[in-house]
Design a protein around this ligand. Structure first.
Ligand SMILES: O=C(O)C(=O)C[C@@H](O)[C@H](O)[C@H](O)COP(=O)(O)O
Length: 372
């Protein structure tokens, strides 16, 4: 078991990692479970998969404590992060009578967590929520740190708010049923922590990545806890991404979000896969600027490819050119009046924010990568 505090003054919360936590939800989340009305209803949001897999056991555990789980269920996938679904969810929370002192439970991956977090940020101007992440990506990344959002036609996560959860409960056992492709997509974010800030962890992942992907309990818990410890530290230092610190967590995302936009946020490229390819591009672009060696860039690409993640832009079969991808990047939330900051590498294990990147050069670089 590991407990990692996210040290935000006055709003500190814990991330608890322990096998079997979901089956003991009523005990683990006791301070945040109140229940409305005579039936003592508790609002849960899930997707059809997580509701089918865990709905019954969660409801039984709550029932044993005199509480009744009420469900708002969305379709799996990014289509749930839309205005339409958000509106229905907020109306449902209002109809349930949720107050600012209450907590909504988000049982699912990053899509459910981001959607619920944003709904809770704006319902009654802010009610509480508890993250119960069921994918590796949500466990190591999106459930922690309070970035909540929906997507719009203009791009990914462009409408949202910073709204921290009150508790994050991570049960690594739920990953047993996660499809391998989703597991690999989450593993991309684990590799990200090594690449951006911890060379020793990156080397450990090169040696132990197969065990993590095979859900070896010891390797998996180490990977999750190390990832979250870094994220918690960075979020506590720069909660709202104003000081070039939290932006480091965006390594691979500027390229990645552009690829997701170009592929229509579809199953063709999952978020973690786009980030993996984005990190390869960030590493290669860093080598193009002579900031890391070509050998190091290819070492990063090999670690990504060895995990079964996409490491070649040309293999995606896109029909667009580099300029079209750069157009998607112009919507990046990191964009400033005169420049678009890029997350690049000074070393494997040391990312930094570059403000001197010429977008025409990025387009030319991407044309080269599309053609290789
Ligand atoms: O928590 C953060 O900060 C991150 O940037 C983590 C990312 O991995 C995550 O995908 C985040 O939601 C992306 O943020 P965005 O600001 O680029 O939408």
């Amino acid at each position: 078991m590991a407990v990692i505090p996210v040290a935000l003054a006055g709003r500190e919360y814990d991330v608890v990692i322990e096998e079997g936590l979901l089956g003991r939800l009523a005990e683990a989340a006791a301070p945040f479970l109140k229940g409305y009305g005579a039936a003592r209803r508790v609002p849960f949001v899930a997707d059809t998969n997580t509701q089918r897999l865990y709905g019954e056991s969660v409801a039984a555990n709550l029932a044993a404590h005199g509480l009744a789980a009420e469900w708002f269920v969305v379709e799996p996938g990014e289509d749930a992060k839309t205005w339409g679904v958000l509106e229905k969810l907020c109306d449902w929370l209002l109809a349930m009578g949720v107050t600012r002192k209450d907590h909504v439970f988000a049982l699912g991956g990053g899509v459910v967590g981001d959607l619920v977090g944003f709904a809770c940020a704006i319902t009654k101007r802010g009610c509480g929520f508890v993250q119960l992440p069921t994918t590796l990506l949500a466990q190591v990344d999106s459930s922690v740190g309070g970035k909540t959002a929906i997507n719009t036609a203009a791009g990914k996560n462009l409408i949202g708010a910073f709204h921290q959860p009150s508790l994050v409960l991570i049960d690594p056992l739920v990953l047993a049923t996660l499809p391998d492709r989703e597991m690999r997509a989450g593993y991309a974010e684990v590799l990200k922590y090594g690449l951006l800030g911890d060379a020793a962890f990156f080397a450990w992942l090169e040696a132990n990545g197969t065990k993590v992907l095979a859900r070896d309990p010891v390797a998996l818990e180490h990977a999750i806890a190390t990832s979250i410890a870094m994220k918690a530290r960075i979020v506590a230092e720069d909660e709202r991404e104003t000081e070039d610190r939290r932006a480091l967590l965006n390594l691979g995302h500027t390229f990645g979000h552009a690829l997701e936009a170009e592929t229509g946020f579809s199953q063709r490229l999952l978020h973690g896969e786009a980030v993996a390819l984005g990190m390869v591009l960030a590493a290669r672009y860093s080598a193009r600027r002579d900031e890391i060696s070509v050998d190091d860039a290819e070492r990063a690409a090999r670690a990504i490819a060895a995990s079964g993640l996409p490491a070649s832009l040309s293999a995606l079969g896109l029909t667009c050119d580099g300029a079209a991808l750069v157009d998607h990047m112009r919507h990046d939330k990191k964009a400033e009046a005169a420049t678009l900051p890029f997350l690049l590498l000074r070393a494997l294990g040391e990312a930094y924010v570059a403000r001197d990147v010429d977008l025409a050069d990025i387009a030319a670089f991407l044309d080269g990568e599309l053609a290789v």
